[in-house]
Write a protein that binds this ligand. Structure first.
Ligand code: PDD
Length: 280
């Protein structure tokens, strides 16, 4: 496996960073996960824009221009053999003496790797649980500091579920590593963007393809009561695409099978990916 580290392409086993890297010591860094379908990077501009926002959120200048990112990531894709790949990239505040405040001189660490992406098969429905959202107040920053998300996801997995849907002040925010849609009164609703959720690229695309197809959707606050009486619940992310939740907190959602609106949106999403693969 070939990875990218600070301007070089090298085998994974040769990619080394300092144990004093602030990413390791403090979780002081941000990341992106960018799918590539048919070796074409999916919504790259949107991912790079979100990376800029995350870097701005942690007051770290972007070490690369967008054109440099594009070249580095496109080269990484050509170095790896799968047609569909999942690119993980990370920027940290780099190595420095351990002190909380920013070092005077910053040498950011820029790392990217690729894994084969096996798109999830058409789902028959998954289980999710609800959990109080105990994360910080800047969930719009895609920070590598993911301990709360890791613990919440594990709590879900320990009960046989695939995701924890997070509740703050009686309202749904997002999943531990996904955004949430709820079908209520026939309309697909997803929470509005705020500092409490990550602005998901998949979420935005779902809204976009639904609007283009004149399917009912909107942004809006979703209470726990609405969640528990929803006819459909979906989770969206770059790696899981659009997953229908058919069991929530041990109760059946809707008819206990993926809903009709989900089927339509899932197909639109597959068509969108296929267009990208076919595009020269
Ligand atoms: N996570 N919310 C959170 C907290 C996430 O971690 C993610 C994705 C999303 C969905 O964002 P997108 O549609 O851009 O993938 C929402 C990635 C996949 C991860 O951490 O692996």
């Amino acid at each position: 496996m070939i990875v990218y580290l600070n301007g070089e392409f090298l085998p994974l086993t040769e990619a080394k960073i300092s144990v004093l890297d602030r990413g390791f010591i403090f979780g002081d860094g941000v990341y992106e996960v960018v799918p590539a379908y048919g070796r074409k990077l999916f919504r790259l501009q949107e991912h790079l824009q979100r990376l800029d926002n995350s870097l701005q959120g942690i007051k770290l200048p972007n070490p690369l221009r967008h054109s440099q990112w594009t070249e580095a990531l496109e080269t990484l894709v050509t170095h790896n053999s799968s047609e569909d790949q999942s690119i993980y990239l990370q920027v940290t505040r780099g190595p420095a003496k351990r002190e909380h405040n920013f070092p005077a001189q910053i040498y950011p660490t820029v790392f990217a790797m690729s894994e084969p992406l096996i798109p999830p098969p058409r789902s028959n429905g998954v289980k999710a649980i609800t959990c109080p959202d105990n994360r910080w107040q800047r969930c719009d920053i895609k920070a590598v500091t993911l301990l709360a998300n890791v613990l919440l996801r594990q709590q879900a997995v320990d009960t046989g579920a695939v995701e924890a849907i997070l509740i703050r002040d009686g309202y749904i925010m997002e999943g531990a590593a996904s955004n949430v849609f709820v079908v209520y009164n026939g309309i697909a609703i997803t929470p509005p963007k705020s500092q409490f959720i990550l602005p998901g690229i998949t979420r935005d695309l779902v809204l976009e393809v639904m609007q283009a197809a004149h399917l009912p959707c909107r942004e809006g606050n979703i209470s726990v009561t609405q969640l528990h009486t929803a006819t459909e619940i979906w989770l969206t992310s770059s790696t899981r695409e659009i997953l229908p939740v058919t069991t929530l907190d041990s109760q059946i959602v809707g008819k206990g099978e993926p809903g009709p609106l989900w089927s339509q949106v899932w197909q639109l999403y597959q068509d969108y990916k296929q267009q990208l693969r076919n595009h020269q």
